[in-house]
Design a binder for this molecule. Structure first.
Ligand SMILES: NC(=O)c1ccc[n+]([C@@H]2O[C@H](COP(=O)([O-])OP(=O)(O)OC[C@H]3O[C@@H](n4cnc5c(N)ncnc54)[C@H](O)[C@@H]3O)[C@@H](O)[C@H]2O)c1
Length: 255
């Protein structure tokens, strides 16, 4: 029980990697706050987890791109949880493969709001709570931040922004005993991954090709990424801050 008597808020916690984080932290004894725009999926997950441990999981329904709603969700959940030990800024979107000139400035602005501004504002809202616990922040970036991705300039840029922000905030937050790190998954078997594949001509072949990009020849499970976040949220990583942890199954190797 590595997170007993502790709490975590996970944005985008109703599905995919966020859900993996929620499951891993909950299994380690955490009380969990889920922020998600999908009320039904978040509610169902909370019901399941509260059935195994009463009053262990709370939900705030909001779109993380809406700044005021996100702030209110973080504050509201921190109050319900009683304290905040970790914030995982995970909610994000990956648009279909699109050439730079076909992705408008307005589309980029909105994607930046969903993928990056939510991280920025989430941290602003969480810091007052995390100062009290000397807690941690984990930002869910992507290997695209360092490797790029074909026809994904906008997405890659939002993920790169998360990484630079993580490093700069780690310096600022260190005085308060707060550690800030980013996780950079390569390919994870989530609904987002399948939605992306379904935008292509041959989804099955695309998913197979994606699995083979890793030297481990498979995608990660959401729980595997959740366990990396757990490591970054516990004293096991007490000397690690400002890092971009490449959880990529070796995808960047053997070029
Ligand atoms: N799946 C991958 O291979 C992969 C790889 C690298 C990075 N990532 C990153 O991991 C994060 C999660 O990805 P995933 O694959 O689990 O996605 P997903 O689409 O499978 O799940 C995302 C969850 O976040 C919620 N969500 C999405 N946009 C939201 C918004 N604006 N407001 C509130 N909730 C919102 C969804 O309802 C859903 O519950 C994203 O930031 C993504 O960029 C994913």
């Amino acid at each position: 029980m590595r997170f007993a008597d502790k709490t975590v808020i996970v944005t985008g916690g109703a599905a995919g990697i966020g859900r993996g984080c929620v499951n891993v932290f909950h299994a380690e004894g955490a009380r969990v706050g889920i922020i998600d725009r999908d009320a039904e999926a978040a509610g169902q997950l909370a019901d399941e987890l509260n059935a195994t441990r009463a009053q262990s999981t709370f939900v705030a329904v909001c779109d993380v791109a809406e700044i005021d709603d996100l702030k209110a969700a973080v504050d509201g959940l921190a109050a319900k949880l009683g304290q905040l030990d970790c914030l995982i800024n995970n909610a994000g979107a990956h648009p279909p493969a699109t050439a730079l000139e076909d992705f408008s400035a307005e589309q980029m602005q909105h994607l930046f709001q969903v993928n990056f501004l939510s991280t920025y504002v989430g941290c602003q809202a969480a810091l007052p709570h995390l100062r009290k616990t000397k807690g941690t922040i984990v930002n869910m970036a992507s290997m695209t931040a360092v490797l790029g991705q074909h026809l994904s300039t906008a997405y890659s840029a939002t993920k790169g922004a998360q990484v630079s922000f993580t490093k700069a905030l780690a310096i600022e937050a260190a005085d308060d005993g707060i550690r800030v790190n980013a996780v950079l998954p390569s390919n994870v078997d989530t609904p987002l991954m399948h939605a992306w594949a379904n935008t292509l001509d041959d989804p099955a072949t695309a998913l197979k090709r994606v699995a083979e990009l890793q030297v481990l020849k498979r995608m990660a499970s959401p729980e595997e990424i959740g366990r990396v976040c757990l490591f970054l949220a516990t004293a096991d990583s007490s000397f690690v801050t400002g890092q971009a942890i490449e959880a990529d199954g070796g995808a960047a190797l053997d070029y």
